[in-house]
Design a protein. Structure first.
Length: 448
């Protein structure tokens, strides 16, 4: 069965098929020599450990590492320092002098300790199983993530197909009208309603370890059945479920990663830890199976042309290439919903060749009066103010009908200034025409 064919493997709850725990080193995709070195490094860094704790730390079943422990013991690298009489799983293993020397040598080659990596092929296969194109989306389900926004029906109906397709989205329009809020709401929908996916702690490619799971961007699924807690300088991972999941994988909500003007080309490449000799996956790579939002597109340190040239083929082919220090490249999935959000003119940012690869273009315009009234009313309720229609009339008469286009964000910004004025004067928070005029005079700059 091919990788692409396996994308149909979903369980009865609509979850991608979970990676099964390995029964042997071969099934784990690891060699005995590789696991031997991981055991030596782990005991070198953490000290003596019970067999079961060592297996749990490596996220491998004890039966998978049993022969490795026996080999290292026979080679005089390990010794049993104690333990219960209920089998090897309860033995306390510690390094001998020879073991410490070999562990020291192994640390020079690679200082990574933690969950054993999965093979690159297994990671690729799992990515296709849980691609964003597998997410179900209906109008009712989508609206739950947009209840805080006021959108016209035609705009809302353009968003759903974009999510269903899993293709890239270009959101553009004048500033302050909800582009970022809409993009983030798409991310919220994917995160809350898109189901959970599985990401590995790390994978192995060309004898190089690449870490993937990142607690700062991957949200543990509440129903994952895993307990994470700190123990010294390392995280102990204990599988509390029945063992139906390969513990080298973490069940997370679909990730939503947001980047803005700080994005550089270097952030899209493997990050090499020269001291420890392993890699960290690039930022967009961690978004596989979820959303990668590039906010304020066109305002990055790098030019839009450089960024688009970097991604023009991944957007088309749905895969990318990462390069290790040796210069060898390997192919990885590019399975995420990419959202570009900008308030700059698209004609100044991209050419037709790139726009052809962006499947969905959504323009967000300044709100019309009825929409603005609803946004204003919603914000009043949120801040505990009674509506004041004459306050909105003043804004249109003084500013919006005089050439300054209304912005959806104006309601929030102006009413928060009114709130600050009231608090400063020790008055109950309320809204009047005079207060909105005072707030607008400080907020809406009129430069001559």
């Amino acid at each position: 069965m091919s990788v692409k064919q396996k994308s149909a493997n979903w369980d009865a709850l609509g979850m991608p098929e979970a990676p099964a725990p390995p029964e042997s080193l071969k099934e784990a995709g690891l060699t005995a020599g590789f696991v031997n070195e991981m055991i030596l490094r782990t005991l070198y860094a953490r000290g003596a450990m019970l067999g079961r704790d060592l297996a749990q730390y490596l996220c491998l079943p004890f039966k998978v590492i049993r022969d490795c422990l026996k080999f290292l013991k026979d080679e005089k690298c390990l010794e049993v320092a104690g333990g219960d009489l209920v089998g090897e799983v309860s033995y306390k293993f510690t390094l001998t002098d020879l073991g410490r020397q070999r562990a020291h040598d192994a640390m020079k080659q690679c200082a990574y300790i933690g969950p054993a990596p999965v093979p690159l092929d297994d990671y690729v296969e799992q990515c296709y199983r849980q691609a964003v194109t597998g997410i179900g989306c209906t109008p009712d389900a989508l609206k739950a993530s947009f209840t805080h926004l006021v959108l016209r029906e035609e705009l809302f109906n353009a968003i759903g197909p974009a999510i269903i397709s899993g293709k890239s989205v270009f959101i553009y329009g004048p500033p302050g009208n909800g582009k970022t809020a809409i993009a983030r709401s798409i991310g919220d929908f994917m995160n809350s309603s898109g189901g959970a996916i599985y990401v590995p702690y790390a994978f192995l490619a060309d004898h190089s370890i690449v870490t993937v799971y990142d607690a700062t961007v991957h949200q543990i699924d509440a129903d994952a059945g895993l307990d994470y807690h700190e123990d010294g300088d390392a995280t102990v991972r204990r599988l509390l479920s029945t063992g139906n999941l390969d513990a080298r994988w973490v069940r997370v909500r679909r990730p939503v990663i947001v980047t803005g003007g700080e994005l550089t080309l270097n952030m899209l490449d493997l990050r090499y830890n020269a001291d420890a000799n392993f890699y960290q996956a690039p930022i967009h790579f961690k978004a596989n199976g979820g959303v990668f939002l590039i906010d304020d597109f066109g305002r990055q340190i790098i030019s839009p042309k450089e960024l688009l040239n970097r991604w023009i083929l991944p957007l088309e082919d749905r895969h990318d290439y990462l390069t290790v220090a040796s210069g060898k490249k390997f192919q990885v999935p590019f399975e995420q919903l990419i959202i570009f959000s900008t308030n700059l003119d698209p004609k100044d940012l991209v050419d037709d060749a790139f726009l052809r690869r962006i499947r969905h273009k959504v323009q967000i315009l300044a709100p019309e009066r009825d929409v603005y009234d609803r946004i204003f009313a919603n914000m009043c309720r949120k801040l505990g103010m009674s509506p004041a229609p004459d306050a909105i009339d003043y804004l249109y008469q003084r500013y919006y009908n005089a050439g300054r286009a209304p912005r959806a964000s104006d309601a929030r910004d102006l009413l928060e200034i009114v709130q600050s004025i009231c608090r400063y004067r020790r008055q109950p928070v309320h809204l009047t025409r005079d207060l909105i005029a005072e707030a607008a005079s400080t907020f809406i700059a009129e430069f001559s």
